[in-house]
Write a protein that binds this ligand. Structure first.
Ligand code: ADP
Length: 412
């Protein structure tokens, strides 16, 4: 297997659409790299340029140390698998798996002769390679079946097997699981990850599904408007999103993002500790946690976006008479009204309308989503006490979208 490098790669389609803009990327040998982004962000175009199915408008691509951007797809030694990939309907599973190998071995008469002269192994017995791949994928009992006699998942495995038997330098996957049902998708995800480890394969995998990206990727690349927004390990991207876009795109329910200003505390109302800095949102305010103050001190008066993940908004008791809970460190209390409840299966997403603090009229000021246990006894309209874990907050510039804390080098 081998690494893949993209250097300043761009693609402008005839008609002027810039689908990919100056992407730099280094996919490591044996890495599982996921390209993730919303529809139209340039994922497929990037993959297709690596495969050679789409020309680059600018930049260079290397596979296994060889510059390939001028090479035809079949000379790049990569295998591509995409969603709903067609199998040869008139060939058995065995025939489908062996087809490419037989073609190569027929077309490679001279290559075979040279191999023989050099004493190299003939691309081992085709039958053995096919059976090995089939064993690995758990489809050995299906080798004699025709594609029409297979389920969606089995067909996808055969498509995968066809790529595997070729022993390519890298596998390229374009949303290969998106037309499978949810349960099978989860199963195939696990299988793909296991297989890629077993084969020590370099994999570049495209998906629009951020949960899939977080599960599968050794590292993930978040794309938007044809540009890399962030490249990092899943935890890193989740915990330290580089900008507002990544923050909102990665994670479900999405991160709460609220616009406001950073101010001296006198101007944003008093805070429970002696925080000299606060955040003033629409009708409510909160202190800036100790670990963020240094990074935010230079942004007093600036429009910012406060981000809090739903799991960092905690309901600590219903109603004004609810049980008094001790505050998590550096958290900020608020009262809220339950505005919506959605089941997530093992948990619930709850929409809370924060009630304006200190302004006496109890007016609603902002909406946040939180995540609670599925058995949480909540009803629409309930008044609850909540704690916002301000030390887990994210801060973004409202002008540039950049993360003012994580990207500022303070934490990472
Ligand atoms: P993704 O895979 O992230 O959905 P694509 O790479 O397919 O995104 O597309 C990126 C952008 O390029 C989109 O704006 C899309 O409309 C445009 N695009 C894709 N293919 C073509 C094409 N053949 N001609 C012109 N524009 C295209």
């Amino acid at each position: 297997m081998a690494g893949v490098i993209l250097e300043h790669v761009s693609r402008v389609y005839p008609g002027g659409v810039t689908a990919v803009s100056e992407i730099d990327l280094e996919v490591r040998d044996r890495e599982f790299l996921v390209l993730v982004g919303p529809s139209g962000s340039g994922k497929s175009t990037t993959l297709r340029m690596i495969a050679g199915l789409e020309p680059v408008s600018a930049g260079r691509i290397w596979i296994d140390g060889r510059q390939v951007d001028d090479l035809a797809p079949q000379r790049r030694n990569i295998a591509m698998v995409f969603q709903g990939q067609a199998l040869y309907p008139h060939l058995s599973v065995y025939g489908n798996l062996a087809f490419g190998l037989e073609l190569r071995s027929q077309g490679g008469r001279w290559r075979r002769m040279f191999r023989g002269l050099l004493g190299r192994r003939e691309p081992s017995d085709i039958g053995e390679r096919v059976r090995q791949a089939a064993r690995c994928l758990g489809i050995e009992p299906l080798l004699e079946r025709m594609p029409g006699e297979l389920s969606g998942g089995e067909r996808q495995r055969v498509a995968l097997g066809r790529a595997m038997v070729r022993e390519p330098a890298a596998f390229l996957f374009d949303e290969p699981l998106s037309n499978l049902d949810a349960q099978l998708r989860v199963e195939m995800r696990r299988e793909l990850k296991r297989l890629s480890r077993q084969l020590e394969a370099t994999v570049i995998y495209v998906t629009h599904d951020q949960a899939e990206a977080l599960t599968l990727g050794d590292r993930i690349v978040v794309l938007e408007h044809g540009k890399v927004q962030q490249l990092g390990e899943p935890d890193e991207v989740y915990d330290r999103p580089a900008n507002r876009f990544v923050a909102g795109f990665i994670g479900t329910p999405p991160m709460n993002l609220m616009e406001g200003r950073i101010g001296e505390t006198e101007s944003v109302r008093a805070t429970p500790d002696d925080s000299p800095l606060g955040f003033a949102g629409a009708g409510w305010s909160a202190p800036v946690a100790a670990e963020h103050r240094e990074a935010l001190a230079g942004f007093v008066g600036e429009p910012v976006v406060l981000g809090i993940r739903p799991e960092h908004v905690r309901i600590v008791g219903a109603g004004p008479t609810g049980p008094a809970a001790s505050a998590p460190v550096d958290s900020w209390p608020a009262t809220a009204r339950v505005a919506a409840i959605e089941s997530l299966g093992d948990s619930m997403a709850v929409e809370l309308e924060l009630v304006g603090q200190g302004n006496g009229d109890g007016q609603t000021s902002a909406t946040v989503w939180c995540k609670v246990e599925a058995d949480g006894k909540l009803n629409l309209g309930d008044r609850v006490n909540v704690w916002l874990e301000m030390r887990r907050a994210h801060w973004f510039s409202a002008r540039t979208g950049k993360n003012l804390y994580a990207a500022g080098g303070v934490r990472g």
